[in-house]
Ligand binder design. Sequence first.
Ligand SMILES: Cc1cc2nc3c(=O)[nH]c(=O)nc-3n(C[C@H](O)[C@H](O)[C@H](O)COP(=O)(O)OP(=O)(O)OC[C@H]3O[C@@H](n4cnc5c(N)ncnc54)[C@H](O)[C@@H]3O)c2cc1C
Length: 451
Amino acid sequence: MSFFKKLKSTATLLKELDLDAIARLSQKVDLKKMVGLVSQMKEEDLQKLMKVMSGGTREHKVPDIDGDFYDLSHLLSPEEREVQLRVREFMNTTIRPIVNEYWLRDEFPHQIVPEMAKLNVCGLTYHGYGCPGKSALLEGFLAMEMARVDASISTFFGVQSGLAMGSIYYCGSEEQKLQWLPPMQKLEVIGAFGLTEPEVGSAVAGGLTTTCKRQGDKWILNGQKKWIGNATFSDLTIIWARDVDDGNVKGFIVEKHFPGFRAEKIRGKMALRIVQNALITLTDCEVPESHRLQNANGFRDTAKVLRMTRAGVAWQAVGCARGAYESALKYTHERHQFGRPIGGFQMVQDLLVEMLSNLTAMQTMVFRLSQLQDEGKLTDEHASLAKVFCTLRTRDIVSHARELFGGNGILIEHDIARFVADAEAIYSYEGTKEINTLIVGRAITGQSAFV
Ligand SMILES: Cc1cc2nc3c(=O)[nH]c(=O)nc-3n(C[C@H](O)[C@H](O)[C@H](O)COP(=O)(O)OP(=O)(O)OC[C@H]3O[C@@H](n4cnc5c(N)ncnc54)[C@H](O)[C@@H]3O)c2cc1C
């Protein structure tokens, strides 16, 4: 290598150096000798030295943190996108600052309900009765946006908008819809959905033990319901019970003040702690015939509601996973070990890319699921497959996210511990992995493996 070439390389190297630092260094080392040594270095060693030095001082640009890697949000219409961003803003400004405190206290922040009502997104897909009549796709995106910040708030909303309002919308008479849906849409009347029982969870389709018996123009309900979200404070609970006379499952709008209705808070939950779940006891509870869902004539009708809400739970799982992934990615930029951001380590990137791959697969899956819903083609097995896949993958994603936080991953202040815990509840409710798997298995083989 010519002397001039070496001199040029040395000059380039020196240009990249911090002169103040060199001045300080010159007090400690003989710079003249050092430059002499550098000029004697082989070209290849000099290049390596330049790379090391520039790598150590150059600022790396931090890319935007966005778990929507395939840009699916931009397939929404501009009007839908505006609603999505409005909900995102609400979650970031109203919910995020208080969520960990309420989660730890095991309390629901009632003050947020009027603010949430202003979003005008409750009962989003229903037509008439004060409901917006928008797409299932948008509804999915909103469930995701809510769960991306907090799965409890998205569960509160899902119970109100999906399970409770959906039961009335799909199974109620015109009169019942006119009476209940408009105030529920405005969140002035809060609803709950009581299907599961202490001894009957997965087997509800054929095994409900809560009974109803007609007596003149009223019904007498007896039994217990477990896990009923919102029911400690809801104005009404949809109760599903078996008619002792014809054996069919019927649905009832049970108001909280009805004689014989009692709801006790379930304590000691390690997941979705903001959601207030109740154990409901019905002791000769009297319900007028006007409050029986007039178009609920068997479990087949209950299943219509569950099909729609199961799709929503799949989106919720996506939200929970996305929130965890994005928090973890941000942390890998901020957290330094061995003198560099942990995001620069190969094994950390491996975890991040695995999380993003699963998250992207989940998002594309639920996107198509909602399109099927909007096309009127959604089946039980479509919803079950997405529920199984998304909740399973969410468990992996939150677990990897927690891993990336090291010890901080178990501190509530970093959010991630909450995502890990909440993913467990989402995994189990609205049909466990096994039950949803059996639904898909039956559809693809033509053989029921239910016992
Ligand atoms: C936080 C939370 C909120 C909830 N909110 C509501 C609500 O608002 N309203 C409501 O009605 N319910 C609600 N639930 C109840 C929920 O839907 C049930 O927990 C769920 O359906 C499972 O029932 P289980 O807990 O009784 O479990 P079980 O049915 O006892 O199941 C226990 C295990 O056995 C497995 N299993 C059962 N049967 C089979 C089979 N045939 N083959 C293979 N495996 C099987 C299950 O998959 C599971 O792994 C909620 C639950 C939770 C945790």
